[in-house]
Design a protein around this ligand. Structure first.
Ligand code: MLT
Length: 410
């Protein structure tokens, strides 16, 4: 028999969202009449904006013609999309990113999971707690950790606690690490980092020759004007940071799949012989070897999000979800619950009531209100005692869920 990668055996349970789906299925089978409302995984519910579908359809029509047919595209993404990204996502905020530094992909989950391949197996990794589980699990799979303890914390990882006391903003550690994962606006807590918070991380990375892996998948949900949307808005970040962006939550691409990663040519790492290596060169090699590009119609659709009409439609979707977030915040706060997030992010992070653990509250909410959320403990030990509600729902479902929560826990 073939030897397996034993590191997979260190992973404590199933991946968080399939595990939740499994529990919900079991409950639904036992209670077939229950009308379950899902505010768990952050999956969008509004249909794709019309102008974006039109662009996708037009691209499909091109593919029917000899002149407009496209086979393999450039692995890194079509120039038309990378230029639009550089102009609209970065130049518009005073940041210069060369289209060559942008790698179009099929999702930030894949990008943030794959990026660790560039680094040594003994690279020291700092990960916030709670955190989007992909960052941690992919490092476990790669063999960068020991086993998990009873709290699910893996030996070898430098955990950065994010608590109500520190405003869910992790502080740089006192020791050297090689890689730091950051996500702002944050999934799951909804916290945002201000300029000075990010500047501390950039200074840390310069001091310790660390690389920041900055997940900005939720930047479009920022409502306050003084919050940076990109790590590159901070001086010096282009030398130390890789950034992830996604069309999933903004333009409704969770099923369509399109995202991108920025790897500036100025970010480097160290080879075993002590020489400096550009990460851009390594990622180009990795991307062109393992990925054949996002389909032409999907890239045309992504580019349409930057046209005036597309921008308005995307903005309307974001506003709709943030309207849900405001409702969730207000309603839970009126029950006397401690509520965080939901102002610059589509996630509301709430202290569980009645002293319940987060999985206990998951079960109570499902059985008493038929509402699904995400237990904070699923994002890490510091998430215990918290619960995440996603604002990605239909308005009437969100209102109904809140009314049921009021009846069950008010
Ligand atoms: C979430 O609910 O945390 C996200 O939808 C997960 C993801 O984007 O993969």
């Amino acid at each position: 028999m073939a030897r397996i990668n034993d590191n997979y055996l260190k992973l404590s349970a199933g991946y968080l969202f399939p595990e939740i789906a499994r529990r919900v299925r079991t409950f639904q089978q036992a209670h077939p009449d229950a009308q379950i409302i899902r505010l768990g995984i952050g999956d969008v519910v509004l249909p794709l904006p019309a102008s974006i579908c039109d662009a996708m359809n037009a691209a499909v029509d091109e593919l029917r013609t000899e002149a407009g047919f496209h086979g393999y595209g450039p692995e890194q993404g079509y120039e038309f999309l990378r230029s639009a990204i550089a102009e609209h996502d970065f130049a518009s905020r005073g940041v210069t990113i060369d289209p060559d530094e942008i790698f179009v992909s099929d999702g930030s989950k894949c990008d943030s999971g794959n990026v660790q391949e560039l680094f040594a197996v003994d690279a020291r990794v700092a990960i916030p707690d709670p955190v989007y589980p992909v960052y941690l699990d992919t490092n476990v799979m790669a063999g960068r950790t020991g086993s998990a303890d009873q709290n699910g914390r893996y030996a070898g990882i430098v955990y950065l606690p994010c608590t109500a006391q520190n405003g869910f903003l992790p502080a740089p550690p006192d020791e050297k690490v090689d890689l730091v994962y950051l996500c702002f606006p944050n999934n799951p807590t909804g916290a945002v980092a201000r300029r000075e918070d990010l500047a501390r991380w950039v200074a840390y990375a310069h001091r310790y020759d660390a690389v920041l892996l900055f997940d900005a998948a939720y930047e479009a949900f920022i409502t306050e004007s003084d919050i940076p949307h990109s790590i590159y808005e901070i001086d010096g970040a282009k030398d130390v940071a890789i950034e992830f962006r996604s069309y999933s939550k903004t333009a409704g691409f969770t099923g369509t799949r399109c995202a991108y990663m920025v790897v500036p040519k100025s970010v480097g790492g160290i080879a075993a012989d002590g020489s400096r290596v550009d990460l851009h060169r390594l990622w180009t090699r990795r991307h062109t070897t393992k990925f054949n590009g996002v389909s032409y119609p999907v890239q045309r659709a992504a580019a349409a999000t930057y046209a005036p009409h597309g921008r308005d439609e995307v903005r309307a979707h974001v506003d709709y979800y943030m309207g849900n977030a405001a409702l969730i915040r207000r309603s839970l706060a009126s029950l006397g619950l401690e509520v965080h997030g939901g102002v610059n992010a589509p996630y509301v992070w709430v202290r569980t009531p009645e002293g319940l653990g987060s999985w206990e509250f998951f079960d109570a909410l499902l059985t008493r209100a038929h509402v699904v959320g995400t237990p904070g403990a699923g994002f890490g030990a510091c998430g215990e005692g918290y619960f995440r509600l996603s604002a990605f729902g239909k308005r009437d479902n969100v209102e109904e869920a809140l009314e049921r929560i009021r009846r069950a826990f008010g």
